[in-house]
Design a protein around this ligand. Structure first.
Ligand SMILES: Nc1ncnc2c1ncn2[C@@H]1O[C@H](COP(=O)(O)OP(=O)(O)OP(=O)(O)O)[C@@H](O)[C@H]1O
Ligand SMILES: [Mg+2]
Length: 368
């Protein structure tokens, strides 16, 4: 059973459901990320978990304890929830020193003075800010403020850490460094993390599991590789990265295998391992879209042995991006962009061959 259980959570602001029947279980020690675009309800969900916002419907449980249930009239106050929180803005108190900021949650919990000093120092050591105790919190860089906010959230050794886009105020370099540090810190203190971000790289690189949120709803939950390569919805597919998509029509569908005739391409049909064919209405004659992540396409100068899903296309342009090339190719009458390793040297105007792995292709209804 999960450490944190969110059941049918609803929060309305006027007529709009900012959070619309969210169900989620987060395991002990897990790094779980809610990922979605601006306004999809991430912060609202996090604030309800932390007790800063009250849900209209649903329940939240931590271990055996119910934290909130409007139906049963239960509401546990934030400081009694055993959760540390870091906000996007850090929310440090400007009139306090670093020590006072970090010690504050302990003061709130009426911890003895000597214990307070030891724990605050230990938390600052943990985030690499030992010796910064007497600094005014206004005299810190963005990265240091972020660490102070983290130390303050961890100082009372909470069971769960709630992080709302804590890295988004940092420059790109520091952000990457903090990603690694935060992960290492989480492993060291073994805290369960609920992280919120709109940055897919951040979500994919740090999380044990990711929940894709869109318009208040959770569209897919899974390990990063699964949500990326096997997106459950067209929203998840497009939000997580680029897709190389081609229109076609199913010529036969048997068991787990589908063959699709591409609309603007004369070659033999492409075969697809349609994972969900059992419950999906994939049948011969149906118009579909064939999609694949661009980096899962291999490029070749020759057709090879002619087996498998090989598409002959014309290379229109290539752009060197340092670690890889970006190629624009003409498929039928349309231009498509894909990337490939920098080792490939291909010239515009030349005919090239795209190999599409049947396992990597996903099938979609044409309307999407
Ligand atoms: N206090 C409030 N009053 C009215 N509407 C609100 C309030 N807080 C949030 N909303 C609305 O609820 C929706 C979800 O907001 P929320 O802050 O949870 O989004 P978010 O996913 O965190 O977005 P962002 O990535 O921009 O931080 C938005 O449409 C927002 O305008
Ligand atoms: Mg937000």
């Amino acid at each position: 059973m999960g450490l944190l259980r969110i059941e049918n959570l609803v929060k309305r602001f006027g007529p709009v459901a900012a959070v619309d029947r969210v169900n989620l279980e987060i395991r002990e020690g897990e790094f779980f990320t809610l990922l979605g675009p601006s306004g999809c309800g991430k912060t609202t969900t996090l604030r309800m978990v932390g007790g800063l916002e009250k849900p209209d419907e649903g329940e939240i449980h931590m271990a055996e304890r119910c934290l909130v249930s409007p139906g049963r009239g239960i509401f546990v106050k934030p400081e009694r929830r055993d959760m540390g929180m870091v906000f996007q803005s850090y929310a440090l108190w400007p009139h306090m020193t670093v020590f006072e900021n970090v010690a504050y949650p302990l003061k709130l919990r009426r911890v003895k003075r000597s214990e307070m000093r030891d724990k605050t120092r230990a938390a600052l050591e943990l985030v690499g800010l030992g010796g910064f105790e007497e600094r005014p919190s206004t005299a810190l860089s963005g990265g240091q403020q972020q660490r102070v906010a983290l130390a303050r959230a961890l100082v009372f050794s909470p069971g769960v850490l709630l992080l709302d886009e804590p890295l988004s105020n940092l420059d790109a370099r520091l952000r990457e460094e903090m990603r690694r540090e935060l992960k290492a810190l989480q492993r060291r203190v073994k805290v369960t993390v609920l992280f919120v971000t709109h940055d897919q790289m951040e979500a994919l690189s740090m999380s044990d599991r990711v929940g894709i949120m869109n318009r208040g709803r959770l569209e897919q939950v899974g390990v990063p590789e699964d949500v990326y390569y096997q997106p459950a919805t067209s929203f998840a597919r497009d939000f997580l990265g680029k897709v190389f998509a081609l229109a076609g029509r199913i010529v036969d569908a048997t068991g787990e295998e589908c063959r699709v005739e591409l609309k603007d391409h004369a070659g033999p049909p492409v075969s697809v391992r349609a994972r969900h064919s059992g419950e999906s209405p994939w049948a011969a004659g149906k118009e579909v879209m064939v999609a694949i992540r661009p980096e899962q396409i291999s490029l070749a100068k020759t057709a090879g042995d002619g087996r498998g899903n090989v598409l002959a296309v014309t290379l229109q342009a290539s752009q060197f991006l340092g670690d890889r090339y970006e190629y624009t190719v003409a498929v039928g009458g349309e231009s498509r962009v894909l990337t490939a390793p920098a080792a490939q040297r291909l010239k515009p105007g030349q005919q090239i061959y795209l190999q599409l792995d049947p396992e990597a292709i996903t099938l979609w209804p044409t309307a999407q």
